[in-house]
Design a protein around this ligand. Structure first.
Ligand SMILES: Cc1cc2nc3c(=O)[nH]c(=O)nc-3n(C[C@H](O)[C@H](O)[C@H](O)COP(=O)(O)OP(=O)(O)OC[C@H]3O[C@@H](n4cnc5c(N)ncnc54)[C@H](O)[C@@H]3O)c2cc1C
Length: 441
């Protein structure tokens, strides 16, 4: 094949571009959670020299599988791939050879005083009416104000109100990790979701992170304390006094870390980005895994609802043994209840949960042999579980957190900056890919 002069020039410029991409440009990614790993993997694929700096001694961030119980890995952070249809994480799990274990909210049973109870109160009509009312109000309202302002709520007896309140806790506050008095009635559920139902990764969610991390240059135990704009790039300073520079940075620090001020940005971030960091909420969902010496004597359903709890502790339990026989149960608390329980000792936490299980299933319910407790609020590298939309914030607030500062040298990604859907692993993943795309463009 003969190449003319124009062809040679085109080839030379392609080669030069290839050299710049393969050998020249460097990107530092802060954080080896799913957002950081997604960004790094995409950039590396495009030939960019990319290094990930992670403060912990492990990758995954809020995807964290504890393997301390032999043969019984338990996820202390994310558990579910929410909406497996067309979800990039479902494809990734398949690629990684990780089987998905489908769970369904239809597979559930509710208990009070040792007996199964049918017909749970459904709060969704009431909440929809409250959201409509909030849209028409002059200013945004909290979900609590919007619900309690409805005539439909005021005509309920105190007992019915109590049950509806507990249903809102189970269905909304546990999912969004914030109290109904904090959540924006208009926008708490903003963001598109994938369909197709949810799935657990019983061998451990961290398998996904490990799969993506293969071949990436990741520096563990590297806690960034300062991010400085330089004339031609960005400098990262670490807690041990070391420093590196790169042409650009993808910052996936969790919202809780950004809000804490533990990492200094010099010069300060744009006013819009700082306002977004302050306006979003960092929620709290804590987990308790209980191990039994045999599969616990509960019905073979995925979800076990506790209707005993007057103070709403341990309202929902997941039974991963429904079709597997695993000797495990997983309990949750969220928002202010979780803040309170987070201050308890492990022994008191397990004792409280065991009391609840005996109240649900009867006094003969076996005692667990071990428990594992999460404390996400007290984790300085997370500062909470995941973000939520407080009164006055909306999807635009997340959009203002995403994007770039410092003339495109400092890009932001992570679950709080994700549009569709935020506060999830796949949201974090997609936001990392988006930051990489923006850098490559
Ligand atoms: C209890 C719980 C249950 C959840 N359940 C689900 C679920 O079932 N399904 C779902 O989709 N989502 C769930 N989530 C949310 C999901 O885990 C997160 O949205 C997602 O993992 C966030 O990924 P990320 O990359 O944005 O942040 P992270 O995973 O937090 O990654 C950020 C990384 O930055 C690191 N870092 C922090 N500070 C520094 C520093 N100064 N220097 C360097 N590195 C630093 C952190 O250690 C971390 O590794 C849950 C979260 C929790 C806590």
């Amino acid at each position: 094949m003969v190449i003319g002069r124009r062809g040679v020039l085109a080839l030379l410029s392609l080669m030069a571009a290839g050299k710049a991409r393969a050998g020249g440009r460097t990107v530092a990614v802060i954080g080896a959670g799913m957002a950081g790993l997604a960004a790094a993997a995409r950039l590396r694929q495009a030939g960019v020299g990319v290094t990930v700096y992670e403060a912990r001694d492990r990758i995954g961030g809020r995807v964290w599988t504890d393997r301390g119980w032999p043969g019984l890995p338990v996820d202390m952070g994310a558990s579910w791939i929410h909406g497996v249809r067309r979800n990039p994480l479902a494809a990734l799990a398949q690629e990684a050879g990780l089987p998905l274990y489908r769970t369904s909210y239809d597979s559930g049973a509710a208990f009070r005083d040792g007996r199964e109870v049918a017909g749970l109160p459904d709060p969704f009509d009431l909440m929809e009416t409250a959201q409509d009312a909030a849209q028409e109000a002059e200013d945004d309202l909290s979900l609590r104000e919007a619900v309690q302002g409805l005539a439909d709520w005021r005509i309920l007896s105190p007992d019915r109100q109590g049950r509806m309140r507990a249903a809102i806790y189970r269905n909304v506050e546990l999912e969004y990790a914030a109290d109904w008095g904090e959540l924006s009635a208009r926008n708490f559920d903003a963001g598109e979701e994938f369909g197709g139902g949810d799935a657990l990764i019983l061998p451990g969610y961290d398998g996904l992170a490990a799969h993506v991390a293969r071949g990436l240059d990741i520096r563990l135990s590297a806690r960034v304390v300062r991010v400085e704009a330089r004339a031609r790039g960005v400098r990262l300073v670490f807690a041990d006094g070391g420093a590196v520079t790169a042409d650009a940075v993808v910052c996936t620090l969790p919202l809780g870390v950004l809000q804490s001020g533990a990492v200094v940005f010099d010069p300060p971030l744009s006013a819009e980005r700082r306002a977004a960091v302050a306006a979003l909420g960092m929620g709290l969902l804590n987990k308790l895994w209980l191990q039994f010496d045999a599969p616990p004597p509960v019905p073979a359903v995925d979800w076990l609802t506790n209707l005993n709890a007057p103070d709403d502790l341990w309202p929902e339990w997941v039974n991963p043994g429904a079709r597997t026989g695993l000797p495990l149960l997983l309990g949750f608390n969220a928002a202010s209840r979780a803040e309170e329980v987070e201050r308890w000792t492990d022994a008191d936490t397990v004792a409280s949960a065991s009391d609840t299980l005996r109240a649900m299933f009867g006094s003969g319910f076996p005692a667990p042999v071990a428990g594992k407790v999460t404390r996400w609020r007290g984790d300085p590298l997370a500062g909470g579980s995941y973000s939520f939309v407080p009164v006055g914030a909306d999807a635009g607030t997340r959009a203002a957190l995403a994007g770039a500062d410092w003339d495109g040298r400092l890009h932001f990604a992570g679950e709080a900056a994700a549009a569709d859907p935020p506060a999830t692993v796949h949201g974090a993943w997609l936001s990392g890919l988006r930051a990489a795309r923006a850098l490559l463009a």
